[in-house]
Every structure is written in C-alpha cells, then in structure tokens.
Design a protein around this ligand. Structure first.
Ligand SMILES: NC(=O)c1ccc[n+]([C@@H]2O[C@H](COP(=O)([O-])OP(=O)(O)OC[C@H]3O[C@@H](n4cnc5c(N)ncnc54)[C@H](O)[C@@H]3O)[C@@H](O)[C@H]2O)c1
Length: 358
C-alpha cells in the first residue's frame, strides 16, 4: 500500500541539488509518495531553482549548494546534476560536500566517472558515517523485483544463464579514455549492468565483439557464480522499438521481461513428450505465468513513476534514513560492480578476454 507524502507522520528534512529535465519529470514528482520534507532547491540557474522550489513546495532556493547546506542543515540531499565539459560527473563532488555537511545522499547515476573516484566517494561516506545511495531504478522495477524473487526460489533452480538487451553504443577504442566521448556509455551502462549484477552477482570474465558503424556490441560474460550471460548493446535499433529484454534461465525454468513491464515465468515441471503431445496446453500448476499492467485505470502501478522504479528507489532510501539502517540496494558496493565492468570496457580490445578483479 502506498502512503501519500502528507500522510507520513514523520518526514525527512531534504534539500535538492539540480533543477534540470530529468528531475522535473521523474524525481521531484516521486516525492508525492515519500516521507520527504523538501526545504530547499539549489541550481546554478537561480530562475530554475526558484521555479522548482515553488512548483514542488520548497520554501527556499539557492544558487550555491554550500550556502544551502550551511543554512538549511538538511538530513538528506538529493543530487541530480550532469557532466562537466570534460565528461566528469558533477554529482560526485557535490555528494562529498553534502556528506561533509552531515547529510545522507541520494544521487542519480552515474555515481562517478571512474572506479578511483567512486572509491574516494565511498571513503568520504564512511568517514562521515552517512549513506550514499544511487538511483539504480532498473533493480527497483516491479518486474525485476519479481524476477529476483523467482531466481531466489527453489523451484527455479540455480540461475545458469542470462541475456540482457539494451540500446547503447560503445565508442571506438582510442576514445575510451576521453571522458567527453564516454558520457553516453557511462550514462547508460548503469541500467543493464545494474540488472546483470543484481540478478547474477559479480562478473569475473568478459569479452565482446564490436560493430564500428553504430558502436553496437555483444558481450560474453562469465559470473563468479559460474553462470554465463550475454549483454547485447543494440545501438542502431529504431527509436520506436522497445528498448529492453531480460531473460534468465534456471534449471528447467526461465523468466523473461519484455519492455520492462511484460513478465513471463515459464515454470518447471510440464511434460510435453515429443511426437505424442496433441496439445500445448499444460496443467495449470505448471503453466507459464504472465503479468502485465492494464493501462486504463488511474492507478499508481500504471504510472511510470512506479513501474520504472522511481518511487520505489526513493522510498528505499527514505526508509533507510528514517530507520537508521543502510540501504541494501543501489549501494556504493552495487555501483562498484558496475564501475568494474565499465572500466573493463575501457581497457579491453574487441575480441580479447579480460578478467575482472574484485
Ligand atoms: N534514471 C533515469 O531514468 C535517468 C534519466 C535521465 C537522466 N538521468 C540522470 O539524471 C542526471 C541529470 O540529467 P538531466 O538530463 O536532467 O540533466 P540537466 O542538465 O537537465 O540537469 C542538470 C541540472 O543540474 C544543474 N547543476 C549542475 N551543477 C550544479 C551545481 N554545482 N549546483 C547546482 N546545480 C547544478 C544544472 O544547472 C542543471 O539544471 C544525469 O546524471 C543523468 O544521467 C537519469
């Protein structure tokens, strides 16, 4: 059951850094369903900061985040900013400033532009004794949460393989150490990589083939668990096409998520003897299960704030802050696995195999 913001008996004193496009569409509006008391908004563009403050109910706006942190002393800070001219992630240093001011941090992906930079942020969080959570929305979608539950069930068996499809181009090898060229890849690898690691654990070995006209790639993965997988980054696909497909195979069972919302679980146990089965209709207790939202009612589940994972990821953070227990998803350890894979793409030539150290 979802609680509306005004129904919460206790709300967290929050400030927000960034009044850009994504936050307007998907982050500030998610606060309607979270225990957030938005006290101030900051953007280097003062008009945007004050407009967002008025729109989303914050009494104050700032153009300097340090001044905001000093004056408002928030318990938590949301950071949704962008990139510097040379491709660095603005949010990393802003998160460190918020930690120094004693606040917990929720930040959009990407968390940092390199593993070293991520580790420095993690050290700052430990030093401050505060949480940093990244909005890995894909692992908060109802569909992926259900896949995880299925994978953890005895009936599914041990996950043996996975395939993930996501449209993203990988720059040519000579450009991979230039942050400006890597912005798109860094920005997007977080989505499929969050799903891969959440469902299958750490990757220990990878190799890939790369198509130079579009930058498309197909990666072959081996996980520390012994499971295997593919990541098909389908640069070159049409913008009208659904972006994503995830399939995980267990032992005699598999589960598929198409387009983020259509979930089909092909369960173990049906019997269809070859050459002797007159009907494909199997018994109800072993039949495939399919879930898909209806898009007719004014329900919360058919609102993108929910089925894309935005409200759930923010609620996860707010619950952690209110309870005083660290977040368990979207953690810096989760992000570290993603950044290890990102760094592997940066250094690995197509057609060669690389081992990913922990
Ligand atoms: N999870 C998702 O679905 C999703 C979707 C889109 C974007 N994003 C992420 O959201 C972030 C923002 O993307 P966007 O498209 O909204 O960018 P944007 O450029 O529209 O917004 C960024 C805002 O941050 C402000 N800003 C930058 N530095 C600042 C500072 N020091 N102090 C105060 N304000 C500052 C800018 O003025 C701008 O208004 C990116 O990290 C992007 O990867 C996530």
């Amino acid at each position: 059951m979802v609680t509306y913001q005004f129904e919460y008996p206790e709300r967290i004193r929050c400030a927000f850094i960034g009044a850009g496009g994504h936050s307007y569409r998907n982050v500030y509006p998610a606060f309607q369903y979270a225990p957030v008391d938005l006290v101030a908004v900051c953007d280097v563009d003062g008009d945007r900061a004050s407009t967002y403050a008025r729109s989303f109910g914050a009494p104050a706006s700032y153009t300097d985040h340090r001044e905001m942190l000093e004056r408002e002393r928030p318990d938590a800070v949301f950071v949704v900013t962008s990139y510097t001219g040379d491709g660095d992630v603005q949010a990393t240093a802003l998160a460190e400033d918020a930690l120094r001011a004693g606040a917990h941090v929720w930040m959009e992906k990407p968390t940092a532009s390199s593993l070293a930079r991520l580790d420095a942020l993690a050290a700052a969080a430990t030093g401050a004794g505060r949480y940093v959570m990244t909005g890995l929305k894909k692992i908060f979608t109802p569909a992926v949460e259900k896949v995880k539950e299925i994978l953890d069930s005895e009936e599914f068996g041990t996950p043996s393989s996975i395939s993930v499809r996501y449209p993203q181009g990988l720059p040519a090898m000579p450009n991979r150490n230039d942050g400006r060229h890597m912005i798109g890849f860094l920005d997007h690898i977080y989505h499929p990589a969050a799903v891969l690691h959440h469902l299958m654990g750490p990757v220990e070995r990878m190799s890939y083939e790369w198509e130079p006209r579009t930058g498309a790639s197909v990666t072959s993965l081996r996980f520390a668990s012994g499971a295997i997988g593919t990541l098909h980054l389908t640069a070159g696909s049409a913008v009208t096409s659904p972006l994503e497909r995830v399939e995980v195979v267990g032992e005699g069972a598999n589960v598929v998520v198409d387009n983020g919302v259509r979930l089909t679980y092909y369960r173990r146990g049906a019997s269809l003897p070859y050459g002797r089965s007159a009907s494909f209709v199997v018994d109800d207790d072993v039949a495939p299960l399919t879930w898909e939202p209806e898009f007719s009612l004014g329900q919360l589940y058919n609102k993108n704030l929910f089925y894309l994972g935005y409200v759930p990821e923010i609620l996860h953070f707010c619950t952690a802050v209110l309870k005083g227990t660290p977040p368990t998803k979207g953690t810096l350890a989760d992000v570290r696995l993603i950044m290890r894979l990102y760094e592997a793409y940066r250094r690995t030539e197509p057609g060669t195999v690389t081992t990913i150290e922990r």
